[in-house]
Design a protein around this ligand. Structure first.
Ligand code: ZN
Length: 311
């Protein structure tokens, strides 16, 4: 069973490889498919159009013709082998077209059952990222995520644009099998561990130990400040020395003009953004960039406790 779970996690972490055909499933130990479908990790998908031929050594790919047997009223499939077209037709068991698809949310629920986080399982990016909830890890509260395709080419874009992941204060990310090839969030080190290395099936239950499973990551300088989306005005009120409304409005206009003239670059704003509303940025991104704006006399300085540079 553990070999099957391992194979599924590795396969499902490849692009376009989340379907398991009847001939593969047939090689699994007895009860494996039932366990996986009951756990919600696999579910039956639309049957395949093609299956494999039994009549030649090559096992050619065939698309059976389906008709109803007039006597038994059973649906039967018949086909001709591509290698020996002069003989046949052959009958094929239509159950061989059955196939099963991997479900990330199903797996997330199974993991959630095993590690019991607080909060509900929430799919953040379809088939790619799920928030499992908050768990206590090594004595600290961590937000636990499950990611599929962390090593795919689009990973930085898919995960980097997830507001909820960016806002997480102490995230721990389980990937299915592969480690990310580049940081999932630009400029931020995340604690990541492949599930395939720590999960196993024991007495019919998915089990894993998360304590000690994640590498220690250096918390960023702002780890204790919530990384909330914030407008420039709100940011200045909260983090800067001068708060007067007219002053802040003028500084904001100056900053936006400099961004338009490309004399400086504001961080990427938080999507979605509605025209007419003030753009919002991630608090940590602004904290990172602010001192460079201060150096150019565009904005008021940060309150002393938020300065990283020793003055
Ligand atoms: Zn054949």
């Amino acid at each position: 069973m553990n070999d099957v779970l391992r194979a599924i996690l590795i396969r499902a972490d490849l692009p376009d490889a989340q379907l398991f055909a009847a001939h593969e499933v047939a090689r699994w130990p007895e009860g494996a498919l039932e366990w996986l479908t009951e756990a919600g990790i696999l579910s039956e998908a639309e049957p395949a159009e093609e299956t494999l031929c039994d009549e030649c050594e090559e096992g050619c790919s065939i698309k059976p013709a389906i008709r109803e047997d007039p006597q038994t009223r059973q649906r039967v499939g018949t086909y001709f082998c591509h290698r020996n077209e002069d003989i046949g037709p052959f009958k094929v068991d239509l159950s061989r077209k059955r196939r099963w698809t991997f479900s990330l949310v199903g797996l997330a629920k199974a993991v959630s059952k095993a590690v019991k986080p607080t909060g509900k399982v929430a799919e953040l990016v379809s088939k790619r990222l799920v928030l499992l909830g908050i768990i206590k890890l090594d004595g600290k509260n961590r937000e636990l995520f499950l990611a599929r395709g962390a090593a795919w080419q689009d990973a930085a874009q898919v995960f980097g644009n997830c507001v909820r992941l960016k806002m997480a204060s102490h995230p721990a990310v389980l990937t299915l099998a592969a480690m990310p090839k580049a940081p999932l969030l630009a400029g931020c080190e995340l604690a990541v561990r492949p599930l395939v290395e720590i999960a196993s099936v024991h007495k019919g239950k998915l089990t894993m130990t998360l304590d000690g499973a994640f590498p220690e990551v250096e918390p960023g300088p702002w780890a204790d400040i919530p990384n909330e989306p914030i407008t420039l005005d709100q940011f200045m009120v909260k983090f800067c020395e001068e708060h007067k409304g007219t002053y802040i409005a003028a500084r904001r206009r100056g900053l936006l003009a400099a961004d338009r003239n490309e004399t400086l670059k504001l961080p990427q704003h938080v999507e979605p953004w509605t025209s007419g509303q003030a753009k919002r940025y991630f608090t940590h991104d602004l904290l990172d960039a602010w001192e460079s704006y201060v150096d150019r006399s565009l904005v008021p300085p940060l309150l002393a406790q938020y300065r990283t540079k020793v003055l």
